[in-house]
Design a protein around this ligand. Structure first.
Ligand SMILES: [Zn+2]
Length: 382
């Protein structure tokens, strides 16, 4: 593989706490990894040279929360909501019906389209959940499809109780035959712990069974109101509690004390016209914060990490630096990854060249296509 030296980087944001920003920087990648970082004037030679011409470079975004395997569309529900109807978890069921009707090639092609959107907007690592099948075979095939696109696959059989069954019976299915069929295709298990979805005891059962099957834990927690989700995530040692929109002081303390990442998903609040999570309160308490898209057809149909960064800055009290850190290193922490989300010697060579002199422009110029080039494992994708 040819080595590449990137020179003339006006501002390199590394997300490495040791040396987070370097002006007038250069970076060498070889064999898929970052091999050297320093001042442009000191850059060693390489097989290929890319002159960034004063633009900013950041690590590829890590989108640690996305629901990409589904069929159908919920345009009308969105339009109705914008006309004043509130969001409830039940709308998931219409996507479930469409997903069950879809063929595997149809699901693969819609997932591929969303993945390409994510990558075009700078995401180089992303998680994909199941959760729109809700039968043993429909969940299994969703995860089998997800595996074609990422190693970060999450079994979310416990997304909502399907209409044909009761919560008790469904949790027995999720923790039994469905888990058995899905575990070979999943790295993570997740549960939508929320009023209208799964209560505390059922959520604990789902997580415990997943862990016993060798999966790691993440939780949809405290999105629509206060509840036990964050506490449960902390108690069970989940990597991440996602949403965290409605938190008590005890929830914030528990996140800080346990190191469970708070993954904030501002696309959901934007698209449901709901109050945003208070990122400032979490950061001030010492909680690790991640930002992710929550891409799904119901409550957050965006694949844009830059859009989430802009929302976090404008609406959630984060500085541009904190938001970009949360969208890179924070996302990696939420997936317990140390090889991505930062640019240090030895990191995977995943980087984004911005059509801007600074990462601040991601928030300062919202909605503008600033992602000029995307490189993953040392290869140019965009
Ligand atoms: Zn979600």
């Amino acid at each position: 593989m040819t080595s590449v030296v990137f020179t003339g980087i006006g501002l390199l944001y590394t997300a490495d706490p040791e040396r987070e920003e370097i002006e007038d920087a250069a970076l060498v990648v070889d064999d898929g990894l970052v091999r050297w970082i320093g001042r442009s004037a000191d850059a060693p030679p390489a097989d290929e040279r890319v002159d960034v011409e004063g633009r900013a470079v950041i690590p590829g975004f890590v989108d640690s929360h996305a629901h990409l395997v589904f069929a159908g569309d919920r345009t009308e529900e969105f339009a109705a909501r914008m006309a004043g109807r509130p969001y409830t978890a039940g709308g998931i069921r219409s996507t479930v019906a469409a997903t069950r009707r879809a063929t595997i090639p149809e699901l693969v092609s819609t997932t591929a389209l969303l993945v390409s959107e994510l990558v075009m907007q700078g995401a180089t690592t992303f998680e994909i959940k199941s959760g729109y099948g809700l039968t043993v075979e429909d969940e299994r095939r969703s995860l089998e499809i997800a595996c074609q696109f990422t190693e970060e696959t999450t079994f979310l059989g416990a997304h909502v109780v399907p209409p044909e069954t009761t919560a008790d019976d469904y949790v027995r299915l999720v923790t039994g035959p469905m888990l058995e069929a899905c575990a070979p295709y999943a790295k993570w298990v997740d549960v939508f712990c929320e009023r209208g979805a799964f209560g505390e005891e059922h959520s604990r059962e789902v997580l415990a069974a997943g862990r016993k099957a060798g999966l790691r834990l993440r939780v949809h927690a405290n999105q629509l109101g206060p509840g036990p989700g964050v506490r449960l995530a902390c108690e069970m040692g989940a990597a991440s509690a996602d949403h965290c929109t409605h938190l008590t002081d005890a929830d914030v303390d528990a996140l800080a004390a346990t190191g469970v990442v708070a993954t904030l998903l501002p696309g959901a609040e934007f698209s449901t016209r709901s109050p945003y999570p208070d990122a400032r309160r979490l950061l001030d308490a010492g909680v690790t914060v991640a930002l992710a898209t929550d891409c799904n057809p119901g409550s957050s149909f965006t694949t844009s990490m830059p859009f989430c960064v802009a929302l976090a800055v404008r609406e959630m009290g984060m500085t541009p630096l904190e938001a970009v850190r949360a969208a890179t290193r924070g996302g990696a922490r939420a997936l317990r990854r140390t090889d991505v989300g930062t640019l240090c010697v030895g990191s995977r060579a995943d980087l984004v060249i911005l059509e801007a002199p600074s990462y601040v422009h991601l928030a300062y110029r919202p909605g503008v296509p600033l992602v000029a080039e995307v490189w993953r494992t040392g290869r140019r994708l965009v």
